[in-house]
Design a protein around this ligand. Sequence first.
Ligand SMILES: [Zn+2]
Ligand SMILES: [Zn+2]
Length: 347
Amino acid sequence: MKAYRFLDWLQPPELSDVPVPEPGPGEVLIRVGGAGACHSDLHIFEYPPGKRPWVPPFTIGHENAGWVEELGTGVTGVSVGDAVAVYGPWGCGRCRACRESKENYCELMATQNALGGGLGRDGGMAEYMLVPSARLLVPLGDLHPSEAAPLTDAALTPYHAIKRSLHRLHPGTTAVVIGVGGLGHMAVQILRALSGAQIVAVDLDPAKLALAAESGADSTVTSGQSAADEVRELTRGLGAELVLDFVGATSTIALAGACVRAEGDVTIVGAAGGEITWRFGALPPEVSLSNTFWGSGTDLIDVLELARQGRIRAHIERFPLDRVDEAYDRLRAGTIQGRAVIVPNAA
Ligand SMILES: [Zn+2]
Ligand SMILES: [Zn+2]
């Protein structure tokens, strides 16, 4: 089968021929119906060797959904043909965090040499992918795998980041979304679905701000010198209760700090590797600054339910597997609106 392989550090991935994997005991083979192209993959392609404890080669693609193709011995609870989303962070399944469904924070993750498919192990940019346990599969119901795939990260990650601050977002408050890419445009929709807060979207690109407005943002602000002032104007000079930074560059983290109000939350989700210098008074009093990583398995169940209810929907552009390079080139150039989804099998 064809698979888009990360062959080595600092090398562009390549479409290669590899055997269709065979499920061992407890494993499930998935016929991939959608694999989202995430901005964090572009960071992976540029990591210096050893930045992650992964051993290339492996297949890219950590936002996956498809149909159950074959069950390894002993697998119960799923059937061949079921449409499923693949929960992306593959923890040990047994530690306290995993038992709380937070495999994204598995206690053994630091000692494992992979985070999941596409992140050290073979991911979904292939005709088939192997999932180590049926525990990691969530039924899709009537959602199509190509629509559902991006929800497993592009919606799950902002859902988790928003949920932990939801108690701050009563009507009359403001949430700011910096960076309206794959995750940001879902964040706007999730804020709209879950809260009564005013939603302000910030980006450099007018097309992305238009997508934010279409996704439910009340106001859009062009990133730059005056962006923080504009957010303050929209919040009676007070600033926002929640600022989500989906870029994570030094400039966007600074903007987040300039937009947040006292007792607010700044949550950095984007992995651009920016820095902030903290000192007493650098942020308004009692601001909580944190970063989040992905979401829990139960968060994914919630996200898929929101999608089935029609309250969130990823804006996607589909690419066949043989055009995967083009999808990443356009993602790098900033010309993908919403999410690029690779579709190795249409049905
Ligand atoms: Zn991702
Ligand atoms: Zn664990």
